[in-house]
Write a protein that binds this ligand. Structure first.
Ligand SMILES: [Zn+2]
Ligand SMILES: [Zn+2]
Length: 322
């Protein structure tokens, strides 16, 4: 099926967008050339009314998101332009990055549950990292007794994962062994279920159209590791997750950027099984390129093949993208 919408795009307002050409005016022009009927901007936003933003999210506030609306050109070539957001869900603290009341200012909200590269926030620390942080906490407290417990905790938490890797390699510490791939798979399943049960999320889903951004794509993992993690997700658990999304009227996103295999080798792409289960569970779908650059918008053509392979037809699309 030819897909004529793209509602997952990041303009220069997002802190991870480095393409100066990725302005909203340029996006709208290119989207119209690509034949879209509906086009949406979804910058990363953390609602400042919700405590607990990470340092990266702190400056990506609601006013940034709303600025996008002012930048939409008057002439959109007949295309419907929506102003949405990609907010966040910190499973480690069961915190949704946007209040339902705030979300009403936007046309739709994308909610990711699998930004597992945001460790400690989206995915709780693995036992090895938690053990290493504990050692750091003790040593820093001993070396610098004038610091408060909170300052000590923040210093220990600020150490990067590569620092931990180096310490483990040095043989100074012997952390507990962790099956990291299984941990990631289980973290994605539990973050999805916890999100569906989060009371603010339930309100959000009733207030505005919501789609789950790149569900079950373990962000930050690549190649065979990524493939193995997705393959560890059992059919019955995925079906349970998708049924709960359907019950809340929450759509599922097909993110063309998340499907990593080449166009000629979709058979090797593990997310296809996941999306077929979402379709079997009766979910509605939205498509998005997750573009962080102007050229990225062209990737929507992969969605045409993907919709056929997964078996998505016009009636499987969410109402707000039609
Ligand atoms: Zn995302
Ligand atoms: Zn995104």
């Amino acid at each position: 099926m030819r897909i004529t919408h793209d509602i997952h795009t990041h303009s220069t307002l997002s802190h991870c967008c480095y393409d100066p050409e990725a302005s909203i005016a340029n996006y709208v022009r290119r989207a119209a050339e690509l034949g879209h009927k509906v086009f949406g901007i979804s910058n990363h936003i953390w609602d400042e009314k919700v405590p607990g933003a990470s340092r990266w999210y702190k400056n990506q506030t609601i006013s940034y998101g709303l600025e996008a609306r002012d930048s939409v050109p008057a002439d959109t070539c007949g295309m419907k332009v929506l102003i949405g957001v990609e907010t966040e869900y910190f499973a480690a603290s069961d915190t949704l990055g946007m209040l339902a009341e705030t979300a009403k200012q936007f046309d739709y909200v994308l909610v990711p549950h699998s930004h597992i590269h945001m460790r400690g926030d989206v995915m709780p620390d693995t036992a090895d990292v938690a053990a290493l942080k504990e050692i750091f906490r003790e040593r820093i407290a001993k070396a610098l007794p004038e610091l408060s417990a909170d300052q000590v905790r923040r210093m220990a938490n600020s150490l990067g994962y590569t620092d931990y890797d180096a310490l483990v390699a040095s043989g100074i510490f012997f952390p507990p062994t962790v099956d990291f791939e299984r941990y990631c798979a289980e973290a994605m399943l539990s973050s999805f279920s916890a999100l569906m049960a989060n009371s603010e999320f339930i309100k959000l889903a009733a207030a505005v159209p919501v789609s789950i951004a790149h569900p079950f794509d373990p962000c930050g993992l690549t190649g065979e590791t990524r493939r193995r993690v997705i393959n560890l997700l059992p059919d019955d658990k995925l079906t349970e997750c998708f049924r709960s999304a359907k019950a809340l009227g929450v759509s599922i996103e097909i993110n063309t950027g998340a499907f990593k295999f080449s166009e000629n080798d979709w058979a090797g792409e593990p997310l296809i099984r996941v999306m077929r289960l979402a379709k079997a569970a009766g979910c509605k779908f939205t498509f998005g390129t997750d573009s962080h650059s102007l050229a990225g918008l062209d990737k929507i053509r992969r969605a045409d093949d993907l919709s056929d392979i997964i078996g998505i037809t016009e009636e499987d699309l969410a109402e707000f993208v039609k």
